[in-house]
Design a protein around this ligand. Structure first.
Ligand code: MLT
Length: 206
């Protein structure tokens, strides 16, 4: 049975508008990415969601068994739960479900990636900050309309395996997402360059 997710919704003053779906990292919540999202200006709705799983009190979007070892059964359930929530919330708040652009950091980027793989036609685009490949073995998937995906990776990020991440980028590209991956001179933390790359990508694609 799907639960709802706690969220903040801010409608753009002029409709129709696209919607930026904010997905925080482990230990974050639905307020974390609001300051970052304000860089996208007023012409976009903001839907910021809190993950439904907690690990020692820290909110996340799906369970993990260890650092970087995901409970894939929970991941696929939580991905469907998030998709169900998006459909329901689009009706309730009146935004276009076909114009949702995900912006996720770390654990939030990982569930956004699972949405791309499990329901490739749903998101109009995705910004994945410091992502990991969500499933060890990727199932077959095909992007719809070459939806654009931006990945920003930290060259010194010790939480990720660079080979696995490169394979993930290649898989997204080969299965039809218009994929851009950028290596930044940083670790797992976000830097100003993440934001400027995301803004450039957004203004180019939307
Ligand atoms: C995850 O669990 O999704 C990754 O390890 C990233 C994180 O620490 O949130």
């Amino acid at each position: 049975e799907y639960q709802s997710l706690k969220y903040i919704y801010q409608a753009a003053p002029i409709q129709p508008a696209a919607t930026l779906l904010l997905l925080h990292g482990t230990g974050g919540n639905e307020t974390d990415l609001l300051p970052l999202a304000s860089n996208f200006g007023n012409n976009i709705n903001i839907l910021s969601v809190r993950g439904n799983v907690t690990e020692h009190g820290m909110p996340r979007f799906f369970k993990r068994l260890g650092m970087g070892i995901f409970d894939e059964k929970d991941l696929s359930f939580r991905t469907q739960e998030l998709i169900h929530f998006l459909r329901e919330t689009s009706k309730k708040e009146n935004f276009d479900i076909n114009k949702v652009i995900a912006l996720g950091y770390s654990n939030g980027a990982n569930i956004a990636g699972a949405v791309l793989i499990d329901e490739p036609g749903l998101l109009a685009g995705a910004i994945l900050f410091r992502p990991m490949q969500p499933y060890k073995q990727l199932p077959a998937f095909k992007a719809v309309n070459q939806a654009p995906v931006l990945l920003t990776l930290g060259q010194f990020d010790t939480t990720i395996d660079p080979d696995a991440t490169n394979a993930y980028v290649t898989a997204l590209q080969n299965n039809g997402f218009a994929t851009t991956a950028m290596n930044l001179s940083t670790g797992h933390n976000l830097i100003q360059e993440d934001i400027s790359l995301a803004l450039d990508w957004y203004h180019k694609n939307f």
